[in-house]
Design a protein around this ligand. Structure first.
Ligand SMILES: Nc1ncnc2c1ncn2[C@@H]1O[C@H](COP(=O)(O)OP(=O)(O)OP(=O)(O)O)[C@@H](O)[C@H]1O
Ligand SMILES: C[C@@](O)(CCOP(=O)(O)OP(=O)(O)O)CC(=O)O
Length: 376
């Protein structure tokens, strides 16, 4: 049999209206619909290579060079078994060899599970040459790997409909507009910490479902209206409404975290100072220019790392070595109020909306074609 190996990349998505809480833990059916922006893969991406293994049905997988215990990772197993069962009959007893790398910190709140599981699903689907039998079918498989992953299979702005069927089959993602629709939108990611979060999203949302009264109110009475308003704002390219709703939802999500027993603290003093600085900047100016904002952020939060220390190949990283530029009057005003906090931010990533998963050429494979282990 011809050896088949496929390599693809997939994007990170950042929720503007957040998914937090499951109606069904096993099926990963969310309590509420959510909506995200797909970030450009020139900045943040997962790359995954999947190869068939002809000798038996075993699965081995390496994440960022370290071998994973696939048997212990039920979600990855589920996704792979689900897709393998949809391959041609002669392939169903074969194994997989998989290598994946994230070009950004894993499990630090930068949606690595979203990019990672979306990439895995897309790459295996390419390998087995699977065509969706209904719109969103691949997103419903990715959802079983990690809820937010279902939103990383499309470009631009994407909505995950919670659905209403008990088996979760209509809990799928759909694109609102693609990445070319509103090309002016820019995203500045402030990496405050690149360490693993102390509470994973899965555990955190489980605790919130069990203990937060605010979460129930949010899911039942607030989110649907916010999703409708957000979708309309995106379609008419109304930046102020989109930004206001995004902040409202993010603050509400952190309020739910505080309302959880035991309380979850994802924001630290630096994240709060960043929020205040952006609020000041918006209140004082009509500036929609990302360069103005990033100049100000660099002055208020001079980063600890240089771009080369993070990833010398990425043009989107703004680090310690970025030359500082003169501030506008608004910037000077905010800097005067907020002050300077050296080394509290690791680095910044300036990016924009981008495409969904992409298939790479054969020269990009992460696995050695003979040993089927990661290339060194
Ligand atoms: N490239 C990848 N391929 C497959 N699985 C991955 C990949 N990257 C991350 N994961 C899985 O996702 C887990 C991390 O998910 P977790 O939800 O804790 O963090 P996060 O996604 O970075 O943060 P958040 O969901 O809050 O944005 C990893 O432990 C691993 O199981
Ligand atoms: C705060 C969030 O990023 C939570 C993401 O949670 P996950 O999708 O990582 O959770 P699981 O479904 O348990 O894998 C909000 C969001 O992306 O919508």
């Amino acid at each position: 049999m011809e050896r088949r190996m496929v390599t693809c990349t997939a994007p990170v998505n950042i929720a503007l209206i957040k998914y937090w809480g499951k109606l069904d833990e096993d099926l990963i059916i969310p309590l509420n619909s959510s909506l995200s922006i797909t970030l450009h893969q020139e900045s943040l991406r997962t790359t995954t290579t999947v190869a068939w293994y002809e000798h038996d049905s075993s699965i081995r997988m390496w994440l960022n060079g370290e071998e994973l215990d696939v048997d212990a990772n039920l979600r990855i197993r589920f996704v792979l078994d689900e897709l393998r069962s949809r391959s041609r009959p002669e392939f169903r007893n074969l194994g997989f060899r998989i290598a994946s790398v994230n070009n950004f910190p894993t499990a630090a709140g930068l949606a690595s599970s979203a990019a990672g599981l979306a990439c895995l699903v897309y790459t295996v689907a390419e390998l087995i040459q699977y065509k969706e039998t209904f719109p969103g079918e691949l997103s419903s498989i990715a959802r079983r790997g990690s809820g937010s992953a279902c939103r990383s299979l499309d470009s631009g702005f994407v909505k995950w409909n919670k659905g209403s069927l008990v088996d979760g089959s209509d809990s799928v993602a759909e694109q609102i507009v693609d990445d070319m629709y509103w090309p002016e939108v820019r995203i500045l990611v402030c990496v405050v910490s690149d360490q693993k979060k102390t509470t994973s999203s899965t555990k955190g949302m489980r605790n919130s479902v069990e203990s937060s009264e605010l979460l129930k109110y949010r899911a039942l009475s607030i989110v649907d209206d916010h999703i409708t308003a957000m979708e309309e704002a995106i379609k008419r390219m109304d930046f102020n409404t989109m930004a206001r709703l995004t902040m409202k939802d993010s603050n509400q999500f952190h309020a739910v975290c505080l309302d959880t027993e035991p309380p979850i603290f994802y924001l630290n003093e630096t994240s709060k100072a960043i929020i205040s600085a952006v609020e000041e900047f918006n209140a004082y100016s009509n500036q929609e220019d990302i360069n103005e904002l990033s100049n100000l952020m660099l002055r208020c939060f001079p980063p600890r790392l240089s771009a080369a220390e993070v990833d010398s190949s990425s043009p989107s990283i703004i680090g310690r070595d970025e030359p500082s530029k003169p501030l506008s009057a608004a910037g000077e005003h905010v800097l005067g109020k907020v002050g300077t906090r050296e080394n509290s931010v690791q680095y910044f990533i300036k990016t924009r909306a981008g495409p969904g998963p992409l298939r790479m050429s054969d020269t990009s494979h992460l696995l050695d074609s003979e040993s089927l282990e990661p290339k060194t």
